[in-house]
Design a protein. Structure first.
Length: 193
């Protein structure tokens, strides 16, 4: 079944360009279009859509507000089964990216994204992943790192599953704990008598 995409942008020329790129893909179909966020909400009452490509700045209802109404209920809880929203904008502004993601968007890309990356992003978002423009990702990581607590010591090195700690080796296997195993794993010696 193809991925059903809705194009939401107040510039018809851009919608036409996106449509041409996406219709050339065998697994993507254009299910609906809208010229602003309010029209998108109206169209969604009857259209079956999996992924929405949403502009940010539009008349009547902007893309962030429309995304919030599509993705979140009145309490701010994600709506199960709602279409996934991928924000596409010409404005590489943190405020737009953070607001869109907080509103429930699954991605944030700039309109200068190469067609192959746009198609890959639609597939990724449809599959449940998130996609963020690389420049925005870098800034998000920088901001996130600022609020992380400073570690007081180096993290403890975890034991490898193939080489558990000595205390685990001495008591990890018993026929009762694992009746299907004929003998303990090579790294695990049975308890001493």
């Amino acid at each position: 079944m193809p991925i059903r995409v809705m194009l939401v942008d107040d510039q018809e020329l851009l919608r036409t360009g996106f449509r041409m790129v996406l219709q050339s893909q065998g697994d993507i179909e254009i299910a609906a279009e809208a010229g602003d966020g309010q029209q998108a909400l109206d169209v969604l009452r009857t259209a079956e859509v999996d992924v929405i490509l949403m502009d940010v700045r539009m008349p009547r209802l902007d893309g962030v507000q429309a995304t919030r109404r599509i993705c979140l209920d009145d309490r701010g809880t994600p709506i199960e089964g709602a279409p996934r929203v991928l924000i596409l904008t010409t404005f590489d502004l943190d405020e737009y990216a953070f607001a869109a993601l907080k509103a429930g968007a699954s991605g944030f890309l700039l309109k200068d994204v190469p067609p192959t990356e746009l198609v890959a992003a639609i597939r990724a978002v449809h599959g449940g992943d998130a996609v963020v423009a690389p420049t925005t990702t870098r800034r998000m990581i920088d901001r996130f790192a600022e609020v992380l607590p400073t570690p007081t010591a180096a993290p403890a090195r975890p034991s490898s599953p193939r080489s558990p700690s000595a205390s685990a080796r001495s008591s990890c296997w018993s026929p009762r704990a694992c009746p299907t195993a004929r003998s303990p794993p090579a790294w695990c010696s049975p308890r001493p008598p």
